[in-house]
Design a protein. Structure first.
Length: 392
């Protein structure tokens, strides 16, 4: 039976041998810190086997084994350690190499723009890394597709804006040349046409400036208590000439007596763009209905309903995108309308409404196509606002 002193000696000897080998292994790992994974594994495995062998031999020497028995044990430990280290290095190194090669190949494919599939290259950690790499490749592919879509929309937008600005400029130049040549019978009518086309260009430039402020987040709202009826009446008056040209009647329902906290100038722009969009797409001799209602006592829902076919269901998600329009075809008369037709009106509507803390959506209804704007009745943080009149 081992005495406490012998047991203490064995523990101390084992600790010293293991510590010395571990220190050498740590130094080897630091020296080889830029080496391959296989070489790192080899150092760790060799250090483990070597610490066991050294500790065993040191303890046996202290136990006064015979030279013959000690020689036999040394050979047994040496051959066993050599074969074990070789097998472990070959197995782990091969597995690690195969796993790393698979991950490198996946990373190269991701760099080339491909979408990789999560595999099982080896150890659990490598499998998790492979799955994360596959998910990253999927997100990168989606981001590239979105960027390509945005780039195509940007090119189309700039082409549309160039066309819409060039059309009134061409008309103005033609009228100016006719006036210079003295071939115009009614100079006053020509002057009015020039002014109309210049106003159309001004509206497009103002829309571009407004859109830039919305996209940069520099739009400064000046909210106040606003009578909805006044805003609706003014907006209807502005678009009335365009509506009369198509024989469209504009009516309203539930607008009277409603007050909300908003920027009157920006909200007028919202109403004007909604009405202009409805008039442009509504059939002739039809009706456009402006209605208002409250939801949950603190939000106003303003709806503009026209009797047109609207847009396809697939395009509902794009109707508020910058530069998008249901029909890319343009006519020479379009720049003279109250809206530029450059695909900015509804994008500006969404930006202004979201700046007020609201939202806008479009949809088909049995009576036609409607655009619905939801706005808070009171200022941010206000609670308990009564329907139609916000808490101030």
């Amino acid at each position: 039976m081992l005495s406490p002193a012998d047991l203490l000696l064995i523990v101390a000897t084992t600790a010293v041998c293991t510590g010395a080998v571990s220190l050498l292994a740590w130094l080897a790992l630091r020296w080889n810190r830029r080496g391959s994974i296989a070489s790192q594994f080899a150092i760790v495995i060799v250090s483990v086997v070597l610490s066991i062998a050294c500790s065993t031999l040191a303890v046996l020497v202290e136990m006064f084994f015979s030279p013959h028995d000690l020689t036999v044990l040394v050979w047994v430990l040496g051959v066993s350690a050599l074969l074990s280290v070789t097998a472990a290095v070959l197995i782990t190194g091969r597995t690690a190499r195969r796993s790393v090669d698979a991950l490198l190949a996946s990373a190269q494919r991701v760099g080339d723009g491909a979408v990789v599939v999560a595999g099982t290259p080896g150890w659990q950690e490598f499998n998790a890394l492979s799955a994360e790499l596959a998910e990253t490749s999927r997100r990168l592919a989606a981001a590239r597709a979105e960027l390509e879509k945005l780039d195509a929309a940007r090119r189309q937008f700039y082409a549309g804006i160039s066309h819409d600005l060039r059309t009134p400029l061409t008309g103005i130049r033609a009228l100016a040349e006719a006036l210079e040549d003295g071939v115009v019978e009614d100079a006053g009518a020509s002057a009015r046409q020039i002014r109309s086309r210049a106003e159309a260009m001004t509206r497009m430039v103002e829309d571009l400036f407004e859109l830039s402020k919305l996209q940069e987040g520099t739009l400064q709202l000046r909210p106040e208590l606003v009578e909805l009826l006044d805003l609706v009446s003014d907006s209807v008056t502005d678009v009335q000439p365009l509506a009369e040209r198509k024989g469209i009647r504009i009516s309203q329902r539930g607008v009277e007596g409603r007050v909300l906290w908003a920027d009157p100038r920006e909200l007028s722009r919202v109403l004007g763009n909604l009405l202009s969009n409805g008039i442009r797409h509504a059939p002739e001799h039809s009706e456009i209905l402006i209605s208002a209602d409250t939801v949950d006592g603190d939000r106003l829902v303003l709806t503009v309903l026209d009797q047109g076919p609207g847009v396809s269901v697939e395009d509902l998600g794009r109707i508020f995108d910058v530069g998008w329009r249901a029909d890319t075809a343009r006519s020479a008369d379009e720049p003279s309308a109250l809206s530029s037709g450059a695909g900015l009106g509804l994008a500006i509507v969404r930006g202004i409404v979201e700046a007020h803390g609201g939202n806008v959506r479009a949809g088909h209804v049995p009576d036609g196509f409607q655009l619905e704007v939801t706005l808070p009745l009171g200022p941010p943080g206000a609670a308990g606002a009564a329907p139609g009149r916000p808490a101030v």
